[in-house]
Design a binder for this molecule. Structure first.
Ligand SMILES: [Zn+2]
Ligand SMILES: [Zn+2]
Length: 352
């Protein structure tokens, strides 16, 4: 039986923390459940999951649907799309069987690239390599999520660019059923013996398809929708992320009047040490934000200390509990007295 290799190339950068990551995780399970009910898919589909943040790694090597177990998605700092493409190309070389005189190889692989942020590494060389050597060997479908995604970069990578604007549970459900329908229509076409035919990927409600010539000006930057602040628990030394978003309101007028002055607390999310393995090494001073522009302070998601937003002179934040008089920064090791700072202080924010 010839295999249809499907690669999911998933962005697991810091901006995915919270609901988006949970939806993606749930979505993976839903995708497998749906595909397993499709007899054509069950026969041919082999699935691999690759995650990328600051670094790219295979989470699940190519395996058939019956044996597939959805991996736990990590989180890391950075959106290294260039590294992700390199990892993908190496995986295609290693895992996809090409045909020979005596044996037919795998069906043409399909790659679903899902990303929600601007690349933080240099993508040009990898993009050129993809166009020259791999574009003809695999179908790449790029899906941008949210409003900060560089659709113009995706548009240079493939003609199959889709945009999922919302990040609600409903948006992700639509998205997952769209992926499973896209896969099913490919497997059906294979089942009917249509050699080599790739069924065109079609848009659906909530998922917009973009033209080939997506220009930069048509999609203005909107990176300021959210602010993610990385922190580290002083007691457990484990990392966490605090998510702030542009005020959400049902009133479009108020939404439009938002002047970018402040962001509201959404939540604080505990991470494990794998965060550092998936993160890009910091290159020089990163983005900063003044704490006075961030509304709301969460408790520490690890030790439950009352305040997870204690700044250090090194630009990193950690946690403290009520009554603590001094705090030792888990990042730089310096100890300081706890005091309130008028007008806020500068803290490092995530790369995106
Ligand atoms: Zn803590
Ligand atoms: Zn420090």
């Amino acid at each position: 039986m010839r295999r249809l290799p499907i690669f999911l190339l998933l962005d697991v950068s810091e901006s995915m923390v919270g609901e988006s990551l949970r939806q993606m995780q749930t979505g993976l399970d839903a995708l497998i459940t749906t595909l397993r009910q499709d007899p054509y898919a069950l026969e041919t589909v082999h699935l691999s999951v690759i995650g990328f943040a600051g670094r790219a790694r295979t989470l699940t090597p190519l395996v058939d649907l019956a044996a597939f177990n959805a991996p736990k998605l990590p989180i890391g700092s950075g959106t290294s799309l260039g590294a992700a493409l390199e990892h993908l190309m190496a995986s295609l070389d290693r895992e996809v069987q090409s045909g020979s005189a005596s044996q037919k190889g795998d069906w043409r692989p399909i790659v679903f690239l899902v990303t929600d942020g601007r690349p933080t590494d240099d993508v040009e060389a990898s993009l050129a390599r993809w166009k020259a050597k791999y574009e003809s060997r695999a179908s790449l479908v790029a899906i941008g999520v949210g409003t900060s995604v560089p659709l113009e970069t995706l548009g240079r990578l493939t003609e199959n660019v889709f945009h999922l604007k919302g990040r609600t549970e409903k948006d992700f459900k639509t998205f997952i059923s769209w992926i499973s329908q896209s896969i099913s229509s490919q497997t059906r076409s294979i089942g009917l013996g249509k050699e080599g035919a790739v069924v065109p990927f079609r848009p659906m409600d909530g998922i917009v398809q973009l033209g080939k010539d997506t220009s930069v000006s048509a999609y203005p930057r909107a990176d300021e929708d959210l602010v993610i602040v990385p922190g580290r628990c002083g007691r457990t030394r484990l990392p966490y992320l605090i998510r702030y978003e542009k005020p959400q309101t049902v009133d479009d007028f108020l939404q439009a009047a938002w002047n970018g002055d402040s962001w509201n607390l959404v939540g604080a999310y505990p991470l494990d040490m794998s965060y550092f393995e998936w993160s890009e090494a910091p290159r020089g001073p990163g983005f900063q934000v003044n704490s006075g522009r961030l509304r709301g302070t969460p408790p520490c998601p690890h030790c439950k200390g009352s305040d997870a937003f204690v700044g250090c002179g090194c630009g990193q934040i950690s946690c403290m509990n009520e009554g603590d008089e001094t705090v030792t920064c888990p990042t730089c090791g310096s100890t300081g007295e706890v005091r309130m700072v008028e007008g806020g202080f500068s803290v490092g924010r995530a790369l995106g």
